[in-house]
Structure formats: structure tokens, C-alpha cells
Design a protein around this ligand. Structure first.
Ligand code: UTP
Length: 224
């Protein structure tokens, strides 16, 4: 299977040490034997911190996004280092480059591309561009809930949600640099048009990514 895995920066950098990078590298190494893997890494807290510094300088949202993108590329580089020789040793800055690098049969690891969306969208566009069978979005939540599970004990997680319903749910969210919440709208649009199976799951345990290939876990975004 050709699989795109997007990993939130907040997952990899939760503790600011090498452990999550190495743990992800171990899981991805296992998947690499059977699957063709592309990885997109998010910015996490350092992206938000830098963005807020630049925003205070009075810079535009696009410049803030550009700074966020640079941070995602640093995080991508760290995961690439943890993967050692099974990862292609450069970070693609666009989708064409990602496709070219993948012709080496190495794992391609990238961060952001252009302003005005998050790495969720990068994952969905990359999946469409390379003809992926599955997108696994590793985030810091278990999936999509009917209400905030941190506030409500009776919150229920959806096993499945249609892309249309998801769009309605996130339509009130902000689209400013560093503030994309559950999933960004561009990503949902791409999921709708490509029809590529997309699973959102809790990435704090990297084993969940492996599970998503063979069994239901998290929330599946459906398009029909
Ligand atoms: P993330 O994809 O990590 O954003 O990119 P996020 O969802 O806010 O953060 P997580 O999920 O907590 O890790 C960080 C920031 O970089 C910019 C955006 O400003 C985004 O918020 N970015 C990233 C882009 O503008 N374009 C991209 O392609 C990627």
C-alpha cells in the first residue's frame, strides 16, 4: 500500500527529546518492509512560538505561515535523521520533488509547502499527488468527538464522519497561522475530491499508526 502519514509537531516534540522521533522511526521502519511510505511532519509548539514573535513584529499572516513552514521542515529533518538510511536525505519543498525523491524507494519526509494551510492539507494533497491508498493523521486527540472530551465526560467519539459533516463542524474555526485545529478546511476539500481514505487517530502512541492499516481506530473520514 502507498501510505501518507502526517504527524503533528506537538506529538513529536511533546517532551522536547529524541524519544518520540526514535519511537516513530522504529514503527515506520517496520511498515517500510511492506508499504511505500511518505511522511509529513507538523510544527508543534516551536512553530506557534516563532509565529507569535513574528506576528508581534506586525508581519502579515503569510509571513507568519512561512516561518511556521520553516519550523515544520526542521522537525521533518529530525525525523529523517532518526530514520537513518531508509529516508531520502533531503526535505522536498513541493509535491513534484516529493514524487521525484520517492523514485529512489526511500521514505520521503517533508514539512509544509505554501502559506494558508496546515500540514494536514499537505498530507492530503501529497496523497492525491502520489496516488496514495491511505492517509493516517497522527494527532494529539483520539478522534473526532461530538463535544470537547477535555470538558465533558459524556463526550462520544465518532468512528466515522463524512467529509461534508466534518466541514460543517470545522467551518467556524479560524484560519490564521498556527491556529489550525482538528483538521484544516483545505485538507477536507482535498479528501472530498480525491476520495482517499483518511484516518485521524491519537499519535501519542506510534503503534496506533501501525494498527490503522489493519483495524478500525480513531475516526475514519468517508466521502460516499
Ligand atoms: P502545522 O501543520 O503544524 O499547524 O504547521 P498546526 O495544525 O497549527 O499545528 P499542530 O497540529 O499543533 O502541530 C504549523 C504552521 O505552519 C504554517 C501554518 O501557519 C501552520 O499553522 N504552515 C504549515 C503553512 O502555512 N503551510 C504549510 O504547508 C504548513
Amino acid at each position: 500500500m502507498r501510505i501518507v502519514i502526517t504527524i503533528g509537531g506537538s506529538i513529536l516534540l511533546k517532551e522536547y527529546d529524541n524519544k518520540k522521533f526514535e519511537a516513530y522511526a522504529d514503527v515506520i521502519r517496520e511498515l517500510y518492509n511492506e508499504h511505500e511510505i511518505f511522511i509529513v511532519v507538523g510544527g508543534g509548539r516551536p512553530a506557534r512560538d516563532y509565529i507569535s514573535v513574528v506576528r508581534d513584529m506586525g508581519e502579515t499572516e503569510s509571513i507568519c505561515d512561512e516561518i511556521g513552514i520553516q519550523v515544520t521542515r526542521i522537525n521533518a529533518r529530525l525525523l529523517q535523521l532518526a530514520l537513518k538510511d531508509i529516508a531520502f536525505p533531503a526535505i522536498p519543498v513541493n509535491f513534484q520533488q516529493a514524487l521525484e525523491y520517492s523514485a529512489t524507494n526511500k521514505i520521503v519526509v517533508m514539512g509544509g509547502t505554501e502559506p494558508a494551510h496546515s500540514t494536514d492539507a499537505v498530507g492530503s494533497i501529497l496523497a492525491e499527488f502520489v496516488g496514495a491508498d491511505l492517509v493516517i493523521n497522527a494527532t494529539s486527540v483520539d478522534g473526532l468527538y461530538d463535544k470537547d472530551p477535555n470538558k465533558y465526560d459524556d463526550a462520544v467519539m465518532f468512528d466515522e464522519v463524512t467529509a461534508d459533516n466534518l466541514m460543517e463542524i470545522v467551518s467556524g474555526n479560524e484560519t490564521k497561522a498556527g491556529t489550525y485545529e482538528f483538521i484544516d478546511k483545505t485538507a477536507i476539500e482535498i479528501i472530498k475530491r480525491s476520495g482517499i481514505k483518511t484516518v485521524i487517530l491519537n499519535g501519542n502512541n506510534p503503534e496506533n499508526v501501525k494498527k490503522a492499516i489493519n483495524e478500525p481506530i480513531g475516526t475514519l473520514i468517508t466521502t460516499d
